[in-house]
Structures are given as structure tokens and as C-alpha cells.
Design a protein around this ligand. Structure first.
Ligand SMILES: Cc1cc2nc3c(=O)[nH]c(=O)nc-3n(C[C@H](O)[C@H](O)[C@H](O)COP(=O)(O)OP(=O)(O)OC[C@H]3O[C@@H](n4cnc5c(N)ncnc54)[C@H](O)[C@@H]3O)c2cc1C
Length: 328
């Protein structure tokens, strides 16, 4: 197996943070995993999986074996009376996979178009956007268990999906997701009940929704190829209905369980931190929830900025913001 020493990961994370891995390897076959697990045990270096690097803060030096996920493959498996069942390898690009389904006349994933990263990482935080989330379509996944050396199948219940959460987040580093299988409903109607999508006609095609979502995203988020970022940096806080009364002026999104979701971006902006800069890191001047790398930033710069933001928001609003990207 070809392991590369002192591998530069700067181009492998959308933040563009300077980072070097002790060892790195491209993983395109699940059969490589037992050997990688052995190398990890023998050298004492943890095995860390990297997909598209769009939801991570990479340390400047990663004393680890970093396996960059490249397992490919996508297929339509089956048509049931209700759904079309599709499977993709963990290393497939998520957006390309969405486009592939829509191009074949299989609708459902269009609201999730344009999310960077790989298929295999999508279940980790139950990716979501524009009124849809992965768990709406999830059927099962296969994952290699680094603890037992076996390949396990997880159904939706075993994944314990919630808002930007899954079982995989509570046991980080244990499972390597290999394939993801989704059930896309055969009876379909454009999902337009989200701000910005209501402008689409009622009979909009899945392709039209996809194009519209991609355009909306481009108008709101900086292109990470131009201005390094990891998308939304903090979760939107969820508070009790009673606590939400203290936020009269804030946008509020009541949830089905009676709690209220607040906008982390609004809290940061109202704390005077939109477009704020601390060294080479800052908040995006058009969207305070997005932290950006103005050039040459490291994980330390991002951590210092994140701490500053959390402190300001806690002092002003008494809300503890929770970071979304995972520190590897
Ligand atoms: C501009 C921008 C916009 C974004 N918009 C959204 C959005 O709208 N909605 C949303 O939910 N997210 C969004 N994100 C976050 C990100 O795109 C998603 O979380 C995505 O699923 C991360 O995929 P990745 O392959 O880049 O994962 P990485 O960043 O490489 O990894 C993330 C975590 O998953 C683990 N991991 C990755 N692959 C595997 C695997 N195969 N098996 C086990 N563990 C694995 C890694 O170890 C790490 O802990 C955005 C990010 C950016 C940069």
C-alpha cells in the first residue's frame, strides 16, 4: 500500500488551512482497511478519514494516518412500488451524485444540491439544506468497524439521525462509511416551502429546483475555492419556547417538538461581528455564520476567532454556540 509521508493537506480542506499529515493514503477499496488498521495499531498513529475536507478544521500537524476516501461507484438497485433505491460509494462527490440521480429522472435530492463533500460524510452530520435532510431519504449504509474489523449495515434507526447529528458523531473514528443507500420516492412534488424556493412555479421540475438551489447557494456563500471556508461554522441554537421569548427581535423557527430554533448568524451579526477580522481569519462580510480564511490561516487562527465569537455571543445573549466542523 502506498503511504505518503509528510503529506500536504492544504489543498484537501475547503478552509485551505495549512496542514501536514504524518502519513496519508488514498483509499479506493474497503479491502485496504484491515491493513490500514494494522499499520495504525503498530505505529500508534490514529487512522483518520478525510472526505472532501469541507467540514473539518485540520491541525497544522496531524500525527496520524490520514485515509482520503475515494471509494467510487453509483447504481440504481431496485424499484419498489414506492421508491427507487440508489447506492453510492463513500468517495463519490455528493453534488455530482445528486446531479446524476436527477439526470436519470430520479427526483428527491435536488434541495440538497451544491453541498460540498463526499457521499460517505453525508450521514455523519445528516446533511441538510433548503428544507430537506439526508435522513428524509436514507435507507441504509455499510461501514467498516475499526474496533471489530467487520463490515456492518446500519439502518436509519441505528444511525440515530437528528439535526446535524448521527450515531457516528458520538463514536468518532470507529466506523469508516463505505456505501450509502437511499430510497427516493416515486411520487414526487417539488419541495418549495423554504425561503427563496417559493419563487419557483408549483410544477417546477427537479432539474429546475436543483439549478435554483445551486444559484441561491452561490449568491449567499463564498466560493471556498476563492475564499476558504467550511460553510456554517456554528449550529443554529435550539432553545425552549420560554427562553425564546427573550429574543423578541430575532428570527425564530418553531420546531415540531415545541422548541424554537434561533439563527446563529443573526446572533453573531447582532454582536457586531459580521465582517470581523482576527489575523488571517474572519467572518464573511455577507454572512456572519461563515468563518473565512483570508490567506495563510491555521487551525489556531480559526480556534482563536471561534472563541472570540462564542464569548461575545454568550456575554450578550447567554447562548452557547456549538461548533459544526470537526477538529481533526
Ligand atoms: C461552502 C460550504 C457549504 C456547506 N453547506 C452545507 C449545507 O448546506 N448543509 C450541510 O449539512 N453541510 C454543509 N456544509 C458542510 C459539509 O459540506 C458537509 O458536512 C459534508 O457532508 C462534509 O463532507 P466531506 O466529505 O467534505 O467531509 P470531511 O470534511 O472530509 O469530513 C467530515 C467528518 O466526517 C468524517 N468522515 C468523512 N468521510 C467519512 C467516511 N467515509 N467514513 C467515516 N467518517 C468520515 C471525517 O473524519 C470528519 O470527521 C458546507 C460546507 C461548505 C464548505
Amino acid at each position: 500500500m502506498d503511504m505518503i509521508a509528510d503529506f500536504d493537506l492544504t489543498a484537501h480542506n475547503t478552509f485551505g488551512l495549512k496542514s501536514t499529515a504524518d502519513r496519508a493514503v488514498l483509499i479506493d477499496d474497503a479491502a485496504m482497511l484491515p491493513e490500514l488498521a494494522k499499520a495504525s495499531a503498530e505505529t500508534g498513529r490514529p487512522l483518520k478519514i478525510l472526505g472532501g475536507g469541507s467540514n473539518v478544521v485540520l491541525a497544522e500537524r496531524l500525527d496520524a494516518i490520514v485515509a482520503i476516501m475515494r471509494i467510487a461507484g453509483r447504481s440504481v438497485n431496485q424499484q419498489t412500488t414506492d421508491a427507487t433505491i440508489v447506492t453510492a460509494g463513500a468517495g463519490e462527490n455528493w453534488h455530482d451524485f445528486v446531479v446524476w440521480t436527477v439526470d436519470q429522472g430520479i427526483a428527491g435530492l435536488e434541495n440538497l444540491a451544491g453541498i460540498p463533500g463526499t457521499v460517505g460524510a453525508a450521514p455523519i452530520q445528516n446533511i441538510g439544506a433548503y428544507g430537506a435532510q439526508l435522513s428524509d431519504f436514507f435507507q441504509s449504509l455499510t461501514a467498516y468497524d475499526l474496533k471489530t474489523g467487520t463490515i456492518e449495515t446500519f439502518d436509519a434507526e441505528a444511525c440515530r439521525f437528528a439535526y446535524r447529528q448521527s450515531a457516528f458523531k458520538s463514536e468518532p473514528g470507529r466506523y469508516v462509511i463505505l456505501t450509502v443507500t437511499l430510497a427516493l420516492p416515486r411520487t414526487w412534488k417539488a419541495k418549495r416551502d423554504y425561503a427563496g424556493l417559493d419563487r419557483l412555479p408549483e410544477d417546477a421540475t427537479a432539474r429546475a429546483v436543483l439549478d435554483h438551489v445551486v444559484a441561491l447557494r452561490a449568491s449567499k456563500l463564498p466560493d471556498w475555492r476563492v475564499l476558504g471556508n467550511a460553510g456554517s461554522f456554528f449550529h443554529n441554537p435550539v432553545v425552549s419556547a420560554e427562553a425564546a421569548r427573550a429574543f423578541e427581535d430575532a428570527p425564530q423557527y418553531p420546531q415540531v417538538d415545541g422548541t424554537v430554533k434561533l439563527s446563529a448568524g443573526w446572533l453573531i451579526e447582532q454582536s457586531g461581528l459580521k465582517g470581523f477580522r482576527l489575523g488571517p481569519a474572519g467572518t464573511y462580510d455577507r454572512h456572519a455564520l461563515v468563518l473565512v480564511n483570508h490567506g495563510g490561516a491555521t487551525a489556531r487562527d480559526i480556534a482563536a476567532l471561534a472563541t472570540h465569537i462564542r464569548d461575545k455571543v454568550r456575554i450578550r445573549y447567554g447562548v452557547d454556540l456549538v461548533q459544526e466542523p470537526i477538529v481533526l
